[in-house]
Design a protein around this ligand. Structure first.
Ligand SMILES: [Zn+2]
Length: 134
C-alpha cells in the first residue's frame, strides 16, 4: 500500500523529515512495450522534507523489474530498473509541482508519473545489451 504523509500531524510534532519504505503494484497500463510486464512490485525508498512554507519535497529511489521479449531478437529478457524520483508537493502548486490538501500528501500520482519516466523505451536481453555496449 502507498502511505500518505500526514503533514499536519508531523509538523505539530516538530518532525520535518523522514523516510518511507514500501512496495506497490504499478499499473501495467503504463507499459508501452509489446509483451512486457512488471515482474515485481515497485519498491520505493523515499525521503521527505517539510519546509516552513508547507512545501513537501520527496526524493528517493524506485526499483522494479520488467520482463518481456527483447526488442532486438525477441528472446526472453528481464531488466532491473532503478530510478531516482523527486517531486515537490504544494498547497498552491506551480508548474511541475503536485497539489496536496487537508494536510495529507497523497503520493500516488507522483509514483505513477515516476514509474512512467522510469520505464525504458525498449527491453534488451543480456546478449543484445552486451553487444550494444561494445
Ligand atoms: Zn536480444
Amino acid at each position: 500500500m502507498v502511505p500518505r504523509i500526514d503533514v499536519r500531524n508531523l509538523v505539530a510534532r516538530k518532525i520535518f523529515t523522514g523516510e518511507l519504505e514500501f512496495g506497490f503494484d504499478a499499473d501495467s497500463g503504463l507499459i508501452d512495450l509489446p509483451y512486457a510486464e512488471f515482474s515485481s512490485p515497485v519498491k520505493a525508498e523515499l525521503h521527505y522534507e517539510i519546509f516552513a512554507d508547507d512545501k513537501v519535497e520527496v526524493t528517493g529511489k524506485l526499483s522494479f523489474s520488467l520482463k518481456g521479449l527483447c526488442s532486438r531478437c525477441l528472446a526472453e529478457a528481464e531488466e532491473e530498473i532503478v530510478y531516482g524520483a523527486e517531486g515537490v508537493f504544494s498547497l498552491s502548486p506551480k508548474e511541475e509541482e503536485y497539489e496536496y490538501s487537508n494536510g495529507f500528501v497523497d503520493l500516488r500520482e507522483f509514483l505513477r508519473d515516476s514509474v512512467l519516466f522510469a520505464l525504458p523505451s525498449r527491453l534488451l536481453c543480456r546478449a543484445c545489451a552486451e553487444e550494444e555496449s561494445e
